[in-house]
Design a protein around this ligand. Sequence first.
Ligand code: ADP
Ligand code: ZN
Length: 624
Amino acid sequence: MRAFSNTLFTFLDCMQELQLLLKRFFGYTSFRPLQAEIIQRTLQKKDSLVLMPTGGGKSICFQLPAIYMQGTAIVVSPLIALMKDQVENLIANGIPATTLNSAMPEEERHQVRQLCIQGKIKLLYISPEGIMSELHWLLPRIDISLIAIDEAHCISQWGHDFRPEYTQLSVLKEYFPKVPIIALTATADKITRTDIVNQLRLQDPQIFISSFDRPNLSLTIRRGLNKKDKIGAIVHFINKHRHQSGIIYCISRNITETLAEELSEYSIRAVPYHAGLSPAQRAKSQDDFINDRIRVVCATVAFGMGIDKSNVRWVIHYNMPGSIENYYQEIGRAGRDGMKSDTLLFYSLSDLLLHRRFAEESGQKDVNLQKLNRMRRYCEADICRRRILLSYFGEETDQDCGNCDVCKNPPQRFDGSILVQKALSGIFRTEQQANMRMLINILRGSEQSELLEKGYDKLKTYGVGKDLSYKEWKEYLYQMIQLGYIEIDYASSGYLKVTPLGRKVLFGEQQAQLAVYQKSNDFALPTKKGGYKYRPIRPIQSNSIDETLLDSLQQLRKQLAEREQTPAYIIFSDAALADMVDKKPITLDEFSEIRGVGQLKLDKYGKVFVSLIRFVLRLPKKEL
Ligand code: ADP
Ligand code: ZN
């Protein structure tokens, strides 16, 4: 670890060294989008706010500069479980890191403090309460390289994870004005963003927003299934994902328990998880899940924030979530290692009604109802689901994803450019002062009194959309919103605004494909194939060498994990194993090229893994 020195600093040298450190400590050969820029910014001792989806690779953004810079990085994190996971990962890669938390005996805390003061720790993970209690004695005695605030949205009352302790973090800038702060979150909305910047008093921060796209997650929605069919579909789904970990999110504690019980009737071992269980029970379920002793958890939203498990392969929503933010965060727990993962959501009217009631009883009725409505439209849409999600998070894209149920079973489409042009020019002619109802009335040439009072019957677009019914227009306008041509301005009574992408269609630079309006919007249910009985697990006997190799590698990883009492994904991620199957390294040199193999893991595991690969490939034994 080399001290950061301004005089020696040249951009290229620095980038080269960072790349070397990335490989040496994390086993990765290239940065993901934005990571390098964010790291450079911190090295220049400037503040940043980083918005990246779950699994986007936020940790490297502060862990790598922490390794590169002199001193100790302070990482603020809301949950002990989260800290523990990251610290285990760092130590497994040979990086001196530790936590300081109230669950540790005082003697151990004393030791940690001493190590930090001696400069022997590169990353210190600490809770916001911990920061406050160490503010006067410990922190001034440490050479602090940077301060990272993880899950920074917890500072905002607007969000769903508000933690009052986070608001005290504003003192950090005051006490350590020269130390760069990097705030990180997966929550993207503008209010939360502004709250973070203001409350942490970030100085002239650069805001990095990475794409929220998670192309490795497949998106599927099933509408209107009754309970029996839902169970059938779930059992079917899980049997297709045997030996893989997954979470089923349920709307109530009760459902988590009955569902886990019902699944057991099909020989699927599942545990319930909700806030009503004892802390010990919850800790055990979580631990069993992380260590692959149990594959299926039926959980309320209480489950997940402390879970950094990178190989969750699927997420099912037994009930519809109340907002797209919640939904996206929950499905985001699958596939953090970037590998293909599946998500399935069941949508029913009764869930919708239940959520409406929650929203109406909440302190923020209007906002929550709007959020619910967007969630509902997402479930009902028949256009690429990923495009809807991305547009919701403010990203425009003009391509379908090919990995959602709509893309896989496409509805009939037509060139809707003229319809879009009619609607958008209608919006412009009202100077973007019309809500959806008014716009439809204008397009359909209604004689409604408010419309006449405003003189909208004189507009050129008045009556140009008479041929379509009110419902049809509504459906098409929703599609236009979902495709990112129109935005709803909730702040100004829901007026419609034309987006830059919309202008392209309006001015004929781009075509707009709409989905034909269908009166009955029910999906045909998948036919239930008789008997979803679970088959007992047998060791794989495959003709495919890749399958046999993967299975053997998984077994080795599991044994190592048991021996080291650590989760299997800390040894190697699923992505690393997949890369081994792909590249079949038969020397240590080749093994060092595998994704996720840094120096320490090469030394520690290289020989056993290479020997196993040689064995499976029936190559002669070799001294390694
Ligand atoms: P987040 O905190 O944003 O949810 P993580 O930092 O946990 O995400 O990263 C998610 C996964 O991506 C981890 O398995 C991590 O090791 C991996 N990852 C991060 N950066 C890279 C990179 N540059 N190349 C390959 N994998 C990466
Ligand atoms: Zn799609």
